[in-house]
Design a protein around this ligand. Sequence first.
Ligand code: KG4
Ligand code: ZN
Length: 331
Amino acid sequence: MHILGIETSCDETGVAIYHTQKGLLAHRLYSQIRTHAEYGGVVPELASRDHIKKLVPLIRQVIADANISKRQIDGVAYTAGPGLVGALLVGAAVARSLAWTLGVPSIGVHHMEGHLLAPLMEPDPPRFPFVALLVSGGHTQLIEVEGIGHYRILGESLDDAAGEAFDKTAKMLDLGYPGGPAIAELAEEGDVQRFEFPRPMTDRPGLDFSFSGLKTHTLLTFASTAKTRQDKADIAKAFQEAVVDTLVIKCRRALKKTRLTRLVVAGGVSANRSMRDKLRRMAREESFQVYFPRLEFCGDNGAMIAFAGCQRLLAGQTEPPEISAFPRWPL
Ligand code: KG4
Ligand code: ZN
């Protein structure tokens, strides 16, 4: 079965074709970063317009890359939410129209389920059950995963998502958008000894997170420095390590609480090198296994949507004929 996957929830147009036996055949990604950079963040209306321009040409290219004809597509998966409603509706309308003209089923996929399942596309994928840490621009969640569609939220952020905290801190330090990679890069030059930032909510039981206090702490620290490149690097380092340590502490706690031994980490922030290193170290110490998507599938992409949609279609799931999108949608 060939499944076409379409991702348009935010500022990346992602398209891919996943084959049930052969795996991922083709994938392409168009990033709108340059369109939004001058505004310091994503402008929803510009995002929708750009998806309209790029989506159909990308679908054509991916079908050619996979060396198949459109008649060989057996199903179309698209991100139905959560995300920007205009951007989501572009993907939903194109996906469902295409499925209808080809006479094949379509399936709306939860964006975070796409992230969650992305590590399963790698060689040597994790077996169920496992604990998943989803860390993106909109979500920070610990989830107990028993199988496809069987998810129990163990904890989540009570305010900012981890990626959002990276983005806001980067803005504060004048590092531009998107903030996560900019903070991570500058943190390489930072002195970890200079500032000690708090690890929020780690001194009490539970698996929820809170990152907004850390953001304020960063702001106050920044206000009291000379704002040289070295000052910014030291703050970026202190901030990053505080977020990473907090995530590592809660992952260890979630694994112990559930008595599970496999940890899956996904979403844009899972590209962070310090986080990958520290989670691997924790896993070694505790004899856990940790799984990440390859770097290009940490952020938004069409491959994860094709893969997740494929699992849903294989399970016999279909959807009603009306086109809908969910700007907010609990997993
Ligand atoms: O999953 P994603 O691409 O989109 C959402 O679903 O939100 O995640 C984007 C988030 C942004 O907040 C971005 O700053 C963050 O992931 N991010 C990073 C890194 N790369 C991307 N955060 C920390 N370190 C990184 N290397
Ligand atoms: Zn995402």
